[in-house]
Design a protein around this ligand. Structure first.
Ligand code: BG6
Ligand code: BG6
Ligand code: GLC
Ligand code: GLC
Length: 917
């Protein structure tokens, strides 16, 4: 009994002595709580530095955006391939995610060796090898005929600008293949796969092992927002607020950031805690000066650190009686698995003896105890350092969320963490001590990073499928050059039909004579009233024209026309107009003055003279009864009579295109075309009298109001008419009419967009599949909103805000899609306008027998004026489709009212001249 006690005493004493000895020797490796808190603070600062745009280039902790935005929500499904390269083992896998809606993942995998000559040879050969392994796997699993998406777990620092790309920043750990750094790993692998013709694989995602681990764990625990690897290498990722990631546009939501914490200290930030052993180890590594934090922590280095220490202690006579074996001199002879074995609770000492003996040493009991303690100090330091950096991340998460206490889960993987008997316990304990205000659950990733990588791939593949569906819809709005030429030619045919007596009655482009025959010559003068009805605003104007100097002064007032009047009876409409005139005269102090009046009436009218215009049919948003087939000048006169307060001399009725052409023609006599791209769509131009069969006489020219809005009403545009155009048409006031106008003008573009959005939402591609009341509301996308959404100056967030104003609760992704939809619709409109305009300028050029022609087009309308890209695309299209014409666009600054007054002035002058004769 006594002997046993004596033995125990002897052993305890021995142990104490040895531990003291080692403690003294490795004093510098033991980190106090204070030091750990200090390291934690340093790492917090490093993270901040890595996230900042200006500071990132010089930051050693790179904080790489991963383009993984959400943790799995359980809706992921499908069959995927996965490669897992960069850890201790290289694997190829097939992952089957949740077929029948239940959270269920099945994996089949195969390990492949990674010989040094491959991972440290030529880059091309490395990727060819990887592709060969993949092909082999697919053959054995009989997957060759399937086209499967692939997720690549690649455990090295990669700079990503999207999920399916990764520029390798530097090799770490055991890899050092030539010619890969600075290149995109995904395209290299894709190229390597091309050698296998029967391989049809699409790499959809590249993920770091930390990210894969976090996603694997998050699939089971939605609280998981951090991924840590303590294996061959060490690293962590976590979900960061987008608003803190300067390197990626957008402020919405979160994105996973791969910290690459292994490089912490590469700028010298940890010199005070590095020891001579760390420096020696670094010098002998594949990447000296790099990954200094990793080299104090991870599995690839722990054993080596122990070896260097033992060697030094032996040399100093503190171990093995000063004897060293040749094996102890060989780099890599002690591995992490040895360290783990030596630290085993019960068998540890026996294991130590065995391992040391295998190294050719003859350890005493004391040596075994001492060596075991060396291992403890080295692995404890590793856990402490990891804990400090992890504590910094947890604190950051807590602060981002502005919480007093954070409840969170950390997903962990890596051989060191898994095989070392004490490591997890120690790590957890220290983390909890460093961040007492965080309730942390550590979750071991049982199935590696690949399960998580498959989740990321599943999301990417769903997005890719959605993208395809969206592209399919948008493609309907893309017009080829050939199609545009076809449209130009058809428009040209319609012009001829409308001008010819025989074909005119059935023509859809009506080509209405306007009886406006000349341009103002500058001798016009006087005071005129003008009305401007049919665009966005109804205006009454007073226009004072002074002769000689071509100067015009205008006073105007905008009046509202309530919907019930636009769509009430004709009498109500004209009474309302006269009421507005009365108000205006009152306002201007002109009551009783009998002024000549020009009436801009922006609807198709059949004219027999300049002051007569029979409304053919309403277009756009008007539908007052008893007007179609009536002379609008008569209706206005009668309304004035009914009111019996004042009299007016109605001299001219003018379409807005004609007014616009005149307004511009007053400045530039070369202006022979008037174009409106506003609520409605129309064009007028000066035609040779001899071509106008409906009007007597062959001399000179007359302005023709084409009313091209009706182009296509005979079905000649059916090939480009989409289901959305049909829906807009059916919901309009004039179904079947004004087809071209409905594809091009402001009043309808927003409606087309709305129809597309409804369809995309129904397909589950937008607004989480929810069609809101607002989206069902006709007319919510006015031209001005369309124009704002498409502005290049707007950040995504602002687009989102506009959509929110419209009552559409959109995510960032939704906003991108809405913007694209708007772009596709407005682009088609501008191109269609271009085709129409090219038809007219070409006609004019040919009619005049000119090789080359210069012409000015006067333009007005909210679409042209407000939209950021419309006018440019229009110009480009005309240039392409009418290359022999030099078309100048002149924006009408003063509206059609001025032109109407000028026409009135000319008509008045002619009237007087006739009277005098
Ligand atoms: C595994 C991953 O689970 O963990 C690997 O699938 C990863 O890709 C690894 O690199 C980290 O551990 P180790 O010890 O293999 O480097
Ligand atoms: C204006 C005219 O300048 O342009 C209006 O004065 C015309 O009468 C308009 O209808 C076209 O633009 P919108 O966008 O108002 O229909
Ligand atoms: C290295 C790599 C890193 C990886 C880690 C763990 O640090 O640079 O990308 O996550 O090892 O495998
Ligand atoms: C509608 C009208 C037309 C007008 C155009 C632009 O197309 O029918 O007369 O010019 O809108 O306002």
């Amino acid at each position: 009994m006594f002997a046993v006690h004596l033995m125990a005493f002897y052993f305890t004493k021995l142990k104490e002595d040895q531990i003291k000895k080692v403690d003294r020797f490795l004093y510098h490796m033991r980190l106090s709580d204070e030091t750990l808190l200090d390291i934690m603070a340093r790492f917090q600062a490093e993270m901040q530095k890595g996230l900042g745009k200006d500071t990132n280039p010089t930051a050693s902790v790179k904080m790489l955006p991963t383009f993984v935005r959400a943790i799995p929500d359980g809706s992921e499904n499908g069959e995927f391939l996965s490669l897992d390269l960069g850890g201790s083992k290289f694997r190829v896998l097939k992952v089957q995610v949740s077929e029948e809606g239940k959270r269920n993942v099945q994996m089949e995998s195969q390990f492949y060796p990674t010989p040094n000559e491959i991972i440290r040879g030529n880059g091309t050969e490395l990727f060819e090898y990887v592709a060969d392994c993949l092909a082999d796997f697919m053959k054995t699993k009989e997957l060759m005929q399937k086209k499967l998406p692939l997720g690549l777990t690649f455990s090295f620092p990669c700079k990503q600008t999207k999920l399916e790309e990764g520029i390798l920043l530097s090799w770490t750990k055991k890899f050092k293949a030539r010619g890969v750094q600075g290149t995109d790993v995904v395209s290299s692998l894709t190229n390597a796969m091309k050698r296998h013709q029967d391989l049809d694989v699409d790499i959809l995602a590249l993920v770091n092992d930390t990210v894969g681990t976090m996603m694997t764990c998050a699939y089971d625990d939605p609280y998981c927002e951090v991924g840590v690897i303590i294996g061959t290498g060490t690293n962590a990722c976590y979900m960061e607020d987008m608003s803190n990631i300067d390197l990626v546009e957008g402020d919405e939501g979160r994105m996973c950031v791969n910290t690459e914490w292994g490089a912490f200290g590469d700028d010298g930030a940890l010199e005070d805690i590095r020891t001579e052993f760390d420096r020696e180890l670094d010098l002998g590594s594949l990447n000296p000066g790099k990954q200094l934090f990793e080299k104090m922590i991870s599995g690839l280095y722990l054993g080596e650190l122990v070896r260097l220490i033992l060697l030094k202690m032996a040399k100093a006579g503190l171990l093995f009686g000063g004897e060293k074996s040749s094996a102890l001199h060989i780099k890599g002879k002690i591995e992490t698995r040895h360290v783990a074995a030596m630290e085993r609770y019960k068998e540890g000492l026996a294991n130590t003896r065995e391992i040391l003996t295998d190294l050719g040493l003859e350890p005493s009991d004391a040596d075994c105890i001492a060596v075991q303690h060396v291992c403890t100090i080295v692995s404890f330091r590793s856990a402490n350092l990891c804990a400090a950096a992890l504590a910094a991340i947890l604190t950051r998460l807590r602060e981002n969320k502005k919480l007093v206490r954070l409840r969170t889960t950390v997903g962990v993987d890596g051989t060191l963490y898994k095989i070392h008997p004490q490591y997890p316990k120690r790590l957890h304990k220290v983390v909890r001590k460093l961040v007492p205000n965080c309730d942390v659950r550590f979750l071991l990733s049982e199935s590696g990073s690949t399960k998580g990588a498959a989740m990321v791939t599943a999301v990417a593949s769903r997005l890719q499928a959605q993208r395809k569906q969206i592209d399919k819809v948008l493609a309907l709005f893309r017009l080829t050059q050939e199609q545009l030429v076809g449209i130009r030619n058809k428009m040209r045919v319609e012009f001829e039909y409308g001008l010819k007596k025989d074909t005119h009655p059935l023509a859809t482009v009506k080509m209405l004579p306007t009886y406006v025959c000349g341009m103002p010559d500058g001798t016009e003068k006087g005071k005129f009233l003008a009305l401007d009805l049919g665009g966005t605003n109804f205006r009454v104007l007073l226009v004072k024209i002074r002769s000689g100097r071509r100067s015009v002064r205008m006073y105007n007032k905008i009046f509202a026309i309530p919907l019930e009047i636009m769509q009430g009876t004709g009498e109500e409409l004209f009474d309302h107009i006269v009421q507005c005139i009365a108000d205006f005269l009152d306002y201007m102090g002109l009551k009783g003055a009998q002024l000549p009046l020009g009436f801009t009436f922006s609807f198709p009218c059949r004219q027999a003279s300049i002051d007569k215009g029979t409304l053919i049919e309403w277009t756009k948003g008007f539908k007052a009864t008893d007007c179609e087939g009536e002379d609008v000048v008569d209706m206005l006169r009668e309304a004035i009579k009914r009111r019996n307060e004042f009299d007016l001399d109605i001299v001219a009725v003018v379409n807005d295109t004609v007014g616009t052409m005149m307004t511009c023609g007053y400045e530039d006599s070369n202006c022979e075309v008037g174009l409106i791209a506003g609520t409605g769509s129309n064009m007028c131009y000066m035609e040779e009298m001899r071509n106008i069969e409906l009007v007597e006489g062959d001399e000179g020219k007359m302005c023709i109001n084409t009313e091209w809005g009706g182009f296509g009403d005979n079905g000649c545009l059916d090939d480009i008419h989409t289901q959305y155009d049909k829906e807009v048409d059916e919901g309009s006031l004039n179904p079947g009419k004004q087809r071209y106008e409905k594809m091009t003008s402001g009043m309808y573009l927003g409606e087309i967009v709305r129809q597309i959005l409804i369809d995309l939402t129904k397909q589950g591609l937008l607004f989480r599949g929810q069609i809101s009341e607002r989206l069902r509301t006709r007319g919510i996308f006015e031209t001005k909103f369309l124009s704002q959404i498409e502005s290049d100056r707007l950040a995504l967030l602002q687009v989102r805000r506009i959509l929110q104003q419209l009552g559409l609760d959109s995510t960032c992704e939704d906003s991108i899609v809405v913007k694209e939809v708007c772009g596709a619709v407005s682009r088609r409109a501008a191109q269609l306008y271009g085709a129409g305009l090219a038809a007219i300028v070409e006609k004019r050029r040919e009619d005049q027998g000119l090789e080359h022609m210069r012409i000015t087009v006067g333009v007005d309308g909210t679409l042209y004026k407000l939209h950021p890209h419309f006018s440019r695309i229009l110009r480009e299209t005309v240039k392409e489709l009418a290359p022999q014409c030099d078309v100048m666009f002149m924006l009408s600054e003063d509206g059609s009212g001025k032109g109407a007054a000028l026409i009135t002035a000319v008509a008045k002058r002619l009237q007087q001249a006739q009277r005098e004769h």
